[in-house]
Design a protein around this ligand. Structure first.
Ligand SMILES: [Zn+2]
Length: 320
């Protein structure tokens, strides 16, 4: 969700006087090559590797089930039992247990599908949808960015509060994606700072997850089992975040540092942060446990993310 991208102070205009369409909206949609250049260089290789692992797990489970059916369990012995027990929650004591593995493989996508629709119902039932009538200036932004990103349909955006949590995310049902904005973060566009630019960046980041096909059922299914591998899955996730930050920078034409600072210190104080001093602090945020924290995180730790945003080109640092 993220031209040149210095952390230039965004003018504190009154919201009503701010132009709704930003400078990017009259431009043609991004080309595939442009989008590919915004993607973090490690994202695709990591994704392909995880798809490979996912397919390997499924094939192995199916083969084991077939062998077990004929009474020749290839996953015998301690190692085999450990794999069956820990990966699939089944016991390898008998053939039925192997059948259970196969059943889980078939049922899991169906159960997950029911879960995503239930999750969606929760937001449909407890939120305000952003439309031409409700927060039309935000709806206009979403429409404009949909065209620039080449999305077939304008994603639905739901606004809801979660007791002070500052967050936004994009997610999916079977063939559609939607975005949830939490009110406390959304308010940056309406409270004392009238900071529409930061809100645009947040929306652009989430829409980029949709355009880069991260927030789709098929994508998540393609790495379902590999996602259980802790550091591998979090590393791919961090690469996705860098990719979407970069797309958002090109979409909105701002650095995206300010909305990140809002996540760190809250929606009232982020405009008071001395960015130069914070960047100095970012460079000093090192050491083994900081490294470990980053490795285990689904989002790059904020010092790395902000340094990548300030750099404005290239791929962010996944590890060190
Ligand atoms: Zn994201």
């Amino acid at each position: 969700m993220d031209n040149r991208f210095n952390a230039q102070p965004i003018p504190n205009n009154a919201f009503s006087s701010m132009p709704v369409a930003d400078k990017g909206t009259s431009l043609p949609p991004f080309t595939k090559q442009e989008l590919a250049s915004f993607r973090h260089k490690a994202e695709k290789p990591l994704y392909c590797f995880m798809v490979f692992i996912n397919v390997a797990v499924i094939v192995a489970a199916v083969i084991c089930s077939i062998f077990a059916y004929y009474g020749e369990g290839p996953l015998t012995g301690e190692a085999g039992e450990w794999i069956i027990r820990n990966l699939f929650g089944a016991s390898s004591e008998n053939v039925e247990a192997y059948a259970e593995v196969l059943f889980i493989l078939i049922m899991l996508p169906l159960i997950l599908m029911a879960a995503v629709y239930l999750y969606y119902a929760q937001y449909r039932a407890n939120s305000i949808r952003i439309t031409e009538k409700n927060f039309p200036e935000i709806y206009q932004v979403v429409e404009d960015y949909s065209k620039r990103l080449g999305l077939k349909r304008v994603p639905k955006i739901y606004l809801t509060q979660e007791n002070g949590v500052l967050n936004a995310f994009s997610t999916f049902i079977l063939r559609r994606q939607y975005i949830v904005l939490l009110t406390d973060l959304f308010e940056v566009a309406y409270l004392e700072h009238h900071d529409l630019e930061s809100m645009k960046f947040i929306i652009a980041h989430e829409m980029s997850h949709i355009r880069l096909r991260h927030a789709t059922f098929s994508y998540q299914m393609s790495i379902l089992f590999a996602n259980y591998i802790p550091i591998l899955s979090s590393t791919l996730s961090r690469a996705r975040e860098y990719s979407c930050d970069r797309v958002a920078q090109h979409l909105v034409g701002v650095s995206g540092v300010e909305p990140m600072l809002a996540l760190v210190v809250g929606k009232h104080l982020y405009k008071k942060v001395d960015i130069e001093d914070y960047v100095k602090h970012c460079r000093e945020t090192r050491g083994f446990f900081v490294f470990l924290l980053n490795m285990l995180s689904t989002h790059p730790i904020m010092p790395k993310r902000i340094q990548a945003l300030l750099k404005g080109s290239g791929s962010g640092r996944l590890f060190f």
